[in-house]
Write a protein that binds this ligand. Structure first.
Ligand SMILES: Nc1ncnc2c1ncn2[C@@H]1O[C@H](COP(=O)(O)OP(=O)(O)OP(=O)(O)O)[C@@H](O)[C@H]1O
Ligand SMILES: [Mg+2]
Length: 255
């Protein structure tokens, strides 16, 4: 089975969280499944940009990325965070390899806007090199930073990690995709939504129940299942372990 995990950035600097994720991946590999981890890094990117005196602006849940910020985003995502995940997996006994979308042209991107608004050097995935991924996934847990190359200019583009996950999951026709974040799932009025359909998502977005980074995440989960991924969930590390061991947890996003 091919499993795609999106690892959210909120807790990616927390050793407990890293340990949980690594144990989950070890379990997946021990069952002989193939796994790719696409990661974000929102919180640490913002921290680094602040230290560099660069301001962060979000346009409808997505980061506005100017050339200077992109340099910092790439350092953080394709550098420290990617390697931190790889090391954590290796310490748990998992053979892991860390790459970004640039390597082997795994992800080629094109510049996008966010609902008509310019968001700088931000791309959407135009193509996924599935054969490189499939070859690597036989031997390794693959850790992928979403930074990609622009198919026109060849320069770097920042790709939202949730969208990169959707592109990877659908291209690989993954059997299971989990968007692993710092919340047990999509919450309405204090309770977990077990199954979320597109129409309900639109209503909850309009009424302000679903906001911020949860919006692109649900959009990405919907895109993934529409484009060929089998099943998609949004949950946290504990929920993901439960799902992988066949129990129900989190929010299943249904197209
Ligand atoms: N209805 C909702 N249910 C649950 N979380 C919600 C909801 N609406 C907004 N959120 C917010 O969405 C956040 C998750 O998105 P966020 O982009 O912060 O995390 P991530 O995608 O896991 O990390 P990163 O963007 O760094 O990869 C939650 O921490 C929560 O604050
Ligand atoms: Mg996010």
């Amino acid at each position: 089975m091919k499993i795609v995990l999106k690892i959210g950035g909120n807790e990616i600097d927390d050793s407990n969280f890293l340990e949980k994720v690594s144990r989950l991946v070890a379990e997946i590999r021990n069952k002989n499944h193939q796994v790719i981890l696409v990661h974000g890094g929102g919180k640490e990117i913002t921290r680094l940009l602040n230290r560099l005196g660069l301001e962060t602006q979000f346009v409808k849940g997505m980061r506005y990325t100017d050339p200077q910020s992109l340099e910092a985003v790439e350092m953080m995502l394709s550098g420290s965070i990617n390697k931190r995940l790889v090391r954590s997996l290796q310490q748990t006994g998992v053979d892991a390899i860390g790459l970004s979308g640039v390597d082997g042209r795994i992800l080629t991107a094109e510049k996008i806007k966010r609902e008509g608004e310019d968001i700088g050097l931000v791309g959407g995935v135009a193509s996924v090199n599935t054969s490189v991924l499939e070859n690597l996934m036989d031997k390794f847990a693959v850790v992928l930073s979403p930074i990609s190359s622009d198919k026109e200019s060849g320069g770097a583009l920042n790709v939202n990690a949730d969208y990169a996950t959707a592109a990877v999951a659908s291209s690989l026709r993954s059997e299971l995709t989990i968007f692993l974040s710092n919340v047990p799932g999509v919450i309405n009025n204090g309770s977990l939504i077990a199954a979320l359909r597109e129409s309900e998502f639109e209503d909850l977005k309009r009424s302000g129940v679903i906001t911020g980074g949860m919006v692109p995440k649900i959009e990405a989960a919907l895109r993934a299942v529409k484009d060929g991924a089998r099943i998609a969930f949004i949950t946290d590390a504990d929920g993901a372990s439960q799902i992988v061991s066949g129990q129900t947890a989190g929010t299943q996003v249904i197209a």
